[in-house]
Design a binder for this molecule. Structure first.
Ligand code: FES
Length: 560
């Protein structure tokens, strides 16, 4: 019993066609399938809804809009949930160890549901740092027609505040510049409702990168969470997925090497988050495209930072949206020969076609700078190498904090120990704060160091100290900071061998990071080093620690 010969039902036909599939159909009838529904391709809609965080609190509403769009386009929508966590809540706390882990859990869960249920196509809606790359990783693994929908950015809080303002207020309080009442006031007014954190932090960085990659509809990454445009975008996804199904256009047709180069280019031009290196490497690996940290360096030589956006700049995403979003910037980059225009996108058109009718920014705006007056003439994301990071480290250097730092190591074996030292005044100008055993395996989970970097800023030490770690940074971190130091301490990387008082030299022009200790002494320390007992022995963190690879390769868990 073949229900229809619709060629777009490649996977669902296996699940629901034939007399022997009556039990499956029976189950599906109970959740609302009609005779007519079985004739259409099934599109899974992965919602990352949760009432635990503003970034995802509205996603179910968007999932309903997507479902309507899919239905009216002539396919059968099936909505399912996956988990999410909030970095904004978990930062500065042991819970943050689950953050990067959640990227894998979310990717695994979307792959599991879509793979099991036989969806012909997939739409995922994400709104927080990890659920976005996770959605793309799942799409790449499944390689069925797919679209990513961004949940949208948050509106600014009162007095132009956002979540990073609250983190920095904590540091300012420690310095004595804000009272407890003032901190609480900022806390109450900084987050006005649904949406992803409002600067060019990781969520907005990844949304822009995914649009440049071709996996979300044109214009969709620069929309506010609470806006009619976001709802229209959700409905448009329905028609688009039907078209992708008809043409059998799969993620591997869109996510090519050139498309990843476009994504890297956008991240740099926007002054985006260091986390993009981890996520783009992992996304590329999932679809079998070779991409390395060195590609960030190569592309970074020709692409300037043009956007004056937080955390190192002035403006928020909502202000960029007011002047036209990222599309005019993409068009400028395309015209300059910095983007590959012939890459296919989920709109069914090429990137160049998508941008054909886009108007330039209005005169007089100063959010996106012209090429002859860049914020920085080459990439702010620097891949540093040297005897301290033989396989690479990632720094975000906007230039405001300088490009060279030499200082004295002050070593901490966890974020908490470092945080206490920053807040109690132990850390002083000229120090290089070393936070180790916080890598993917060591943490485990490669926590973000937003609390320490915010505390450094809050204490007014922004240009006076550097922070290096085998952990990573929030997209909201700024200052002279170097993360992703690889190999990490837990596997015996040189970061494990640093001692208090050692001289450390970081140079973001030479792209080098050096531990100024004689080789013989380092060999002696290495011989005396032994890996500490793992922090966690059971559960998801232990499984993660066992399977995760190097941050220099995207911290992936499924390459054996
Ligand atoms: Fe979700 Fe910032 S915590 S986007």
């Amino acid at each position: 019993m073949i229900i229809t010969d619709d060629e777009n039902r490649k996977y669902s036909a296996i699940v629901v066609d034939g007399i022997d599939k009556a039990p499956a159909r029976s189950m599906l009838r109970a959740v609302g399938f009609t005779d007519e529904d079985f004739k259409h391709p099934q599109v899974g809609i992965a919602s990352t809804w949760a009432s635990l965080t503003p970034c995802n609190m509205h996603i179910n509403g968007l999932a309903d809009e997507v479902a309507k769009g899919v239905y009216f386009a002539g396919a059968k929508p099936v909505v399912f949930n996956t988990i999410t966590i909030s970095d904004g809540i978990a930062n500065g706390y042991q819970g943050m160890k689950y953050s990067l882990v959640s990227r894998e859990v979310i990717a695994d869960s979307i792959e599991t549901v879509a793979g099991c249920q036989g969806f012909d196509g997939l739409i995922a809606i994400g709104g927080c740092d990890k659920n976005m790359p996770a959605s793309i990783i799942a799409m790449a693994r499944l390689n069925r027609p797919s679209i990513f929908v961004y949940g949208g950015t948050i509106k600014p809080g009162k007095n132009h505040t956002d979540i990073v303002s609250v983190f920095e207020a904590v540091g300012a309080h420690a310095r004595g510049d804000l009272t407890e009442e003032q901190v609480v006031q900022i806390e109450k007014e900084a987050i006005p409702g649904p949406g992803s954190c409002g600067g060019m932090y990781t969520a907005n960085t990844m949304a822009s990168a995914i649009e440049a990659l071709g996996m979300s509809l044109p214009g969709s990454s620069a929309q506010e969470a609470v806006s009619p445009e976001k709802h229209k975008d959700c409905q448009r996804a329905g028609e688009a997925i039907k078209w992708l199904l008809k043409q059998d256009i799969k993620p591997s047709d869109i996510m090519t090497r050139e498309a990843f180069e476009n994504a890297v280019t956008m991240v740099i031009a926007l002054g985006g988050s260091t986390n993009a290196t981890l996520h783009l490497l992992a996304m590329a690996d999932a679809v079998g495209v070779p991409l390395t940290l060195d590609d960030f360096t190569e592309i970074g030589k020709r692409v300037p930072v043009l956007a004056d956006l937080r955390p190192s700049g002035k403006y928020m995403m909502s202000e960029l949206i007011e002047i036209g979003g990222i599309a005019p910037l993409m068009k400028r980059l395309l015209e300059k020969g910095l983007l590959h225009g012939d890459c296919l996108t989920v709109s069914g058109r090429t990137l160049a076609d998508n941008l054909k009718d886009v108007e330039d920014y209005p005169e007089g705006q100063d959010i996106i700078m012209p090429f002859d007056q860049p914020i920085k003439k080459d990439s702010h994301l620097r891949v540093l190498k040297g005897n301290l990071a033989p396989t690479g480290a990632v720094a975000k250097i906007s230039g405001k904090e300088g490009t060279h730092f030499e200082g004295t190591a002050r070593v901490y074996d966890s974020e908490e120990l470092a945080m206490a030292a920053i807040l109690d005044g132990t850390v002083v100008a000229g120090d290089v704060i070393v936070i180790r055993y916080e890598g993917p395996k060591g943490g485990p989970g490669m926590r973000e160091m937003l609390s320490p970097t915010s505390a450094i800023m809050g204490r007014g030490l922004g240009n006076e100290v550097a922070l290096i770690t085998d952990g990573r940074f929030s997209g909201g971190s700024h200052g002279f900071v170097v993360g992703h130091i690889s190999p990490e301490a837990m596997v015996g990387g040189p970061i494990a061998l640093i001692e208090d008082g050692d001289r450390i030299i970081i140079d973001a022009v030479e792209d080098s990071i050096t531990l100024d200790v004689p080789e013989g002494e380092l060999a002696r320390r290495k011989a005396a080093w032994a890996a500490p007992e793992p922090n966690v022995k059971r559960g998801v963190l232990a499984k993660y620690a066992k399977t995760v690879g190097s941050a220099a390769e995207g911290a992936i868990t499924d390459r054996f």
